[in-house]
Design a protein around this ligand. Structure first.
Ligand code: FES
Length: 574
C-alpha cells in the first residue's frame, strides 16, 4: 500500500484546514508551548496511559510514557499523552471486570474524538490489556500495545514467592496454624518487590503474551521485567514504530484474523494461562468481527502441550520466562502449531519474527518433544448444569478430582459463603462439591474472581488442600485448584446453577467434558417454576448501563452494542 501523505492524516482535519476551527487547534497547540515544527504535517500519536497513584503494576508508566514520546519524536511524530482510567486489580471493587468495558469505551472515544492518527496503548494490569485493545480495535486506527511487563520475583526466607499463588498458599497455611503472624508479615513485605504486573502466569502475563502473539505488540516485548532497562528501550521502540505504522496505514483489523486468534489460543494452552483469557479473547475477537465459540478453545487445548513451566501450573516465574527467551522462544518451540503467516505490528509476519528463536532454559520453556504436560491447558465443560459452557484448568487441579462425584454444599452468594465456610458445624467433607452462585456477570456483579472458593478451615486442618468447587464467577489467573468457573448461563438470570440444593449430587468428568447435576428433569422443572429472579443490582449510573447490556461469560461479557465492526461516524469538526 502507498504511504500516506501529511494531508491524508486524520489529524489534518483538525490542523490542516484554512478555517476558524483549525486556527483554534493550531493556536491552542502553540499555547501549550509547542512550535509549528513540532506538529505540522506529523502523525499525532495518542499515548493512552493507564498510570495511576493507585495502580501498583503501572508505577513505572510516568517514566515509560516519556520514553514512548522520545521514540515518537525520533520517528517524526507528535506524541500526545492521554490519561485513561486505570483498572487496578487489587484495589478496584467489586472487581475490575465491571470496568473493563468502560476502559474499552473510553479508549475508543478518546481516539475518535481527538485528532489521533495512531496510538500506543500502555497497559498490563489484568483487564487493562483486553480493554485497551478492544477499544482500539473498534476504532481501528494503527496501534501498538506496550506491555507493562512483570514485576521481579518475590522473595521470603530463601523461598521464591509468586504473586497471588503464594498469597493463597500461605494464607491457607496461616489458617491451618502452620505459619505465624510474623512469617505472614514478612511474606507481605517480600511478595511484591518492584513495579510491574503479577509475575506468575496470571491474567496479566497471559494477556500480555497473547497481545504479542496476536501481533499487536512488538516481538519479544511482553515478558521484559518492568524495571529492566530493556523495558525502557522497548517503550521507545513502540513510539518509533507507531509513526511508521501510521504512514503505512497498518491497522489492527488488518492484523487480526481467525488464524491469529487460533495462535493466541494455542499460546494460552502452552502457557497454562489464565481462564480469564477465554472471556477476553471472545470479546476481543468480537470487536474484530470474528466469532470464537468455546469449543475452539477445547479443540486447540487437546492438541497443544504445556511448555511453560510457570506458576500456578508449573514451578518458575515470568522473570525466568524472560531469561529463557520469552514469547519468541515459546512460539518457536511450538513449531507448526503456530501459524507463522500472520501479520504483526512491526510489518513482518510472526514467522519472520520468530526466525532463530529457541528456548535457552529447557526447564522453564520446554521443547515440544519433552513438554511439561502432554495436553490440557483448559477444558470446556457442558452438561445440564452448564448448557452454555463452563471452564476448568486441569493443569492447576489435583488430578484425582478431575473425575469426581460429590454432594453439593451451596452458598447463595459471597457473603453467605464468607459467613459459613469456616463454621465448624458446616456439613462438609473432602468429597463435597462447594457451590457458589450469584457471582456471574450480572450477579457478582462483574463476575468477580471468587471462583477459588476457600477450603473450609476444618478440612484445611485435616490436610485437605483441593476440592471440587463450582461457580459462575471467574478466578484469578494466579489461583489454582479443581475450580469449575464461568458456568453459563449464570444463576442470576435463572441458569441451572440457581436450582442446585445442598445435598444434590454433582458429577464432574473432565475427560468427557461433562458437568452434571444428578437431579431428574421433573424435579428441575419444579425448582425452575418456583424460582424468583433476584432484585436488580443497579438503579443508576454506569452499573445500570452494565446491567442492561452485558453479555454472558461464553459471549465475552462485552456490551452488546459494542460488538462487531459496524462503523461509527468520524466526528464533524465545527
Ligand atoms: Fe496488576 Fe496482578 S495486580 S497484574
Amino acid at each position: 500500500m502507498a504511504r500516506k501523505k501529511p494531508e491524508d492524516l486524520r489529524s489534518h482535519r483538525w490542523y490542516g484546514a484554512k478555517d476558524l476551527r483549525s486556527f483554534g487547534h493550531r493556536s491552542r497547540t502553540l499555547q501549550m508551548g509547542y512550535s509549528r515544527e513540532d506538529y505540522s504535517g506529523k502523525p499525532v500519536i495518542a499515548i493512552l496511559n493507564t498510570w495511576s497513584d493507585i495502580n501498583q503494576c503501572h508505577t513505572h508508566f510516568k517514566q515509560r510514557v516519556e520514553e514512548v514520546k522520545r521514540g515518537v519524536w525520533q520517528a517524526g511524530g507528535f506524541p500526545v499523552e492521554m490519561p485513561a482510567i486505570s483498572l487496578s486489580e487489587p484495589f478496584q471493587k467489586p472487581t475490575t471486570m465491571l470496568y473493563r468495558n468502560l476502559l474499552a469505551m473510553e479508549t475508543e472515544e478518546l481516539l475518535r474524538s481527538y485528532p489521533a492518527d495512531g496510538c500506543v496503548l500502555m497497559g498490563g494490569c489484568d483487564k487493562t490489556t483486553p480493554a485497551l485493545i478492544m477499544g482500539a480495535v473498534s476504532m481501528n486506527l494503527p496501534m501498538v500495545f506496550m506491555p507493562a511487563g512483570p514485576m521481579l520475583r518475590g522473595n521470603w526466607r530463601g523461598n521464591t514467592l509468586g504473586s497471588g499463588s503464594d498469597s493463597w498458599k500461605y494464607w491457607a497455611e496461616l489458617r491451618a496454624g502452620n505459619i505465624d503472624e510474623r512469617a505472614w508479615s514478612e511474606i507481605e513485605e517480600g511478595i511484591a518487590r518492584s513495579a510491574g504486573t503479577c509475575m506468575t502466569m496470571g491474567t496479566a502475563a497471559t494477556m500480555m503474551s497473547i497481545a504479542e502473539t496476536l501481533g499487536l505488540a512488538l516481538p519479544a516485548s511482553s515478558a521484559i521485567p518492568a524495571v529492566d532497562s530493556n523495558h525502557s528501550r522497548m517503550a521507545e521502540a513502540c513510539g518509533r514504530r507507531i509513526v511508521d505504522m501510521v504512514w503505512d496505514d497498518l491497522k489492527p483489523r488488518d492484523i487480526l484474523t481467525d488464524g491469529s486468534f487460533d495462535n493466541a489460543i494455542t499460546v494460552l494452552m502452552a502457557l497454562g494461562g489464565s481462564t480469564n483469557a477465554i472471556v477476553h479473547l471472545v470479546a476481543m475477537a468480537g470487536r474484530a468481527g470474528l466469532k470464537l465459540p468455546l469449543e475452539r478453545f477445547d479443540a486447540i487445548s487437546a492438541r497443544v502441550p504445556l511448555l511453560a513451566n510457570i506458576r500456578p501450573s508449573g514451578k518458575y516465574l515470568m522473570e525466568d520466562f524472560y531469561y529463557a527467551g520469552g514469547m519468541p522462544a515459546l512460539m518457536a518451540e511450538l513449531g507448526d502449531l503456530i501459524d507463522g503467516s500472520q501479520k504483526t505490528v512491526n510489518g513482518r509476519t510472526l514467522g519472520e519474527n520468530l526466525a532463530g528463536a529457541k528456548s535457552h532454559i529447557h526447564d522453564v520453556i520446554a521443547p515440544i518433544d519433552e513438554p511439561v504436560k502432554a495436553t490440557g491447558g483448559l477444558a470446556v465443560l457442558r452438561g445440564n448444569l452448564a448448557p452454555d459452557g463452563a471452564v476448568i484448568k486441569p493443569t492447576a487441579a489435583d488430578p484425582r478430582l478431575l473425575r469426581h462425584t460429590g454432594k453439593a454444599v451451596v452458598f447463595e452468594d459471597y457473603n453467605d459463603m464468607a459467613a459459613r465456610i469456616d463454621d465448624e458445624n458446616l456439613d462438609v467433607d473432602a468429597d463435597s462439591v462447594l457451590v457458589l452462585r450469584n457471582a456471574g456477570p450480572l450477579g457478582g456483579p462483574g463476575m468477580p474472581e471468587w471462583g477459588m472458593l476457600p477450603i473450609p478451615r476444618k478440612l484445611l486442618k485435616q490436610g485437605v488442600r483441593d476440592m471440587v468447587r463450582l461457580s459462575d464467577a471467574r478466578m484469578s489467573g494466579t489461583s489454582y485448584g479443581a475450580c469449575v468457573l464461568h458456568v453459563a448461563p449464570e444463576s442470576f438470570v435463572g441458569g441451572p446453577l440457581a436450582f442446585v440444593k445442598t445435598g444434590d449430587l454433582i458429577e464432574l468428568d473432565v475427560a468427557r467434558r461433562r458437568l452434571d447435576l444428578k437431579v431428574d428433569e421433573e424435579e428441575m422443572s419444579r425448582r425452575r417454576a418456583a424460582w424468583k429472579p433476584p432484585a436488580k443490582k443497579f438503579q443508576r449510573g454506569y452499573g445500570a448501563i452494565f446491567s442492561e447490556h452485558i453479555t454472558q461469560a461464553n459471549e465475552g461479557c462485552d456490551f452488546r452494542f459494542l460488538e462487531g465492526t459496524a462503523p461509527t461516524a468520524e466526528p464533524e469538526i465545527h
